[in-house]
Design a protein around this ligand. Structure first.
Ligand code: KAL
Length: 257
């Protein structure tokens, strides 16, 4: 069995800065020997992603802009990746968005377009990307997305993003069923709260972390390295019997009532 990812290529979508879970995943895959292909939403993120990748001790990483709300952009991105590397062995989808004003107060006030936007970027994009990436996974593959407990139960303020995560979770399972026959596995990691750009501006994030320190079985918040290691497991042959699964990397918080 192959624990190493040497000779393999993985696409990581959604690195925003050094705190990003996507960056923790990138580092873990890199340390296991993988070649990385980064995609970012728009030119604003190009330099941060290139600067971070430059800290890795290899220079064959690739970079592509990919607006996941645009089918043509998705198809073009994977066409470009195919022309450059031929085969990919996995993909990490670390992408979500909801309007800031809909991530506080009551879910009841969610707008029609805010609901559609959150679902388009945070859930449908996984299906669109899986469809485009499948053609590059000719040696089998592992697709990974990031979800959160707020898709399974009500978490204050998470609101429309929680509903979008529930959709993402189901999307992941349906894709796992469709793609299994091609040797492609599809799973999700449900990470505990980590102070990333997503969490920026969340007033009571300290209170959320304090709750984890006091109540989670492991009594500490998780970090992006712990999520990265679980991602490495899901990208490697060690997880070859696992698909359609949500692995909680959350210090055990989700088991509490
Ligand atoms: C209950 C929690 C507190 C946080 C509440 C909501 C978090 C939602 C996540 C969502 C992805 C955040 C956004 O979409 C922010 C967006 O409106 C504004 N930010 C941006 O546009 C920046 C510039 C870009 C880079 O961000 C995006 N997303 O494109 C949940 C906590 C405890 C756990 C978290 C943080 C979960 C999670 O889903 O991230």
């Amino acid at each position: 069995m192959n624990f190493s990812l040497e000779g393999r290529t993985y696409v990581v979508m959604g690195v925003a800065n050094k705190r990003s879970i996507a960056w923790g995943i990138s580092q873990a895959l890199h340390n296991a020997g993988a070649r990385l292909v980064f995609t970012y939403a728009n030119e604003r993120f190009e330099k941060p992603v290139r600067d971070l990748a430059a800290t890795l001790d290899r220079d064959d990483s690739l970079f592509y802009e990919c607006d996941v709300t645009d089918d043509d952009a998705i198809n073009q991105t994977f066409e470009n990746i195919k022309n450059e590397v031929g085969v990919i062995h996995g993909l990490a989808h670390c992408i979500a968005f909801a309007k800031r004003e809909e991530l506080k107060g009551e879910f009841l006030n969610t707008s029609r377009d805010g609901f559609a936007l959150a679902h388009d970027i945070s859930a449908f994009s996984l299906a669109a990307i899986a469809r485009a990436a499948k053609d590059l996974m000719t040696e089998g593959g592992s697709i990974l997305t990031l979800t959160y407990l707020g898709g399974e139960r009500v978490v204050e303020n998470y609101n429309v993003m929680g509903v979008a995560k529930a959709s993402l979770d189901a999307t992941m399972r349906y894709l796992a069923n469709d793609l299994g026959k091609y040797g492609v596995r599809v799973n999700a990691i449900s990470a505990g709260p980590i102070r990333t750009v997503s969490a920026k501006g969340v007033g009571d994030f300290n209170a959320i972390l304090k709750e984890i320190e006091e109540r989670a079985p492991l009594r500490k918040p998780v970090n992006k390295e712990e999520v990265g290691d679980a991602a490495y497991f899901l990208m490697s042959d060690l997880s070859r019997g696992i698909t359609g699964e949500i692995i909680h990397v959350d210090s055990g918080y989700n088991i509490l009532g």
